[in-house]
Design a protein around this ligand. Sequence first.
Ligand SMILES: C[S@@+](CC[C@H](N)C(=O)[O-])C[C@H]1O[C@@H](n2cnc3c(N)ncnc32)[C@H](O)[C@@H]1O
Length: 218
Amino acid sequence: MTKNIKINETLEKYISNNSYDLHPVQKEIIEYNNKLGEIKKLQISVTQAYFMQLLIKINNVQQILEIGTFTGYSALSMALAMKGEGFITCLDKNKETSETANIFFKKAKVNNKINLIIGSAIENLNNLINEKKSFDLIFIDADKENYIKYYDLSFELLSNNGLILIDNVLWKGEVINNNKNDRMTNIIKDFNTYIKNDKRIEKTILPIGDGVTICRKL
Ligand SMILES: C[S@@+](CC[C@H](N)C(=O)[O-])C[C@H]1O[C@@H](n2cnc3c(N)ncnc32)[C@H](O)[C@@H]1O
């Protein structure tokens, strides 16, 4: 029998109220995103960001790559968790949301730790590979159609023992709905099968946010 409980918005709020304090600029981004209407849901959850911060602290992660930054909540959260010389490279194609993210990074005084590159993620991932860059943690949270490509390119950029985290892998639970046969659900299901069959990594799916796969390079 499953021991998991269902987490609704109220319970999620209870968890965050009883776990951690947010940085004032994290709060500001949440407030900003809430005013954007439907697209506010692009931002990762507070609990997910905190989990990623803990991973960064525990593993003393120094080089991070983020694919899909939006208005900057996940990148800012990760930057706040990094110590010393830690640095984040962010990739996003949207100029407007990237400008907003950069304003928040500056406000939180982490702009010297983050480089947000605007343009096609695939193109920029190939550039990073050509530049022989290497990352300890890679967070994939952009267009789902390219998830397999992002994953394969990310693997080339991953340091030994490095981690790849991929967001939205439970797709609001639709991955187990046999009556759902729409394109996006199938893309996520195919991606999950692809990861399952990759013997170069160990992995698990964590039921936080919309589902996060965490992969460790073997
Ligand atoms: C789900 S949002 C990222 C949310 C962010 N991680 C956060 O927590 O706030 C996805 C982002 O991916 C970007 N994106 C979508 N397709 C892209 C592409 N082909 N290349 C680069 N960025 C892309 C979008 O502009 C959007 O900002």
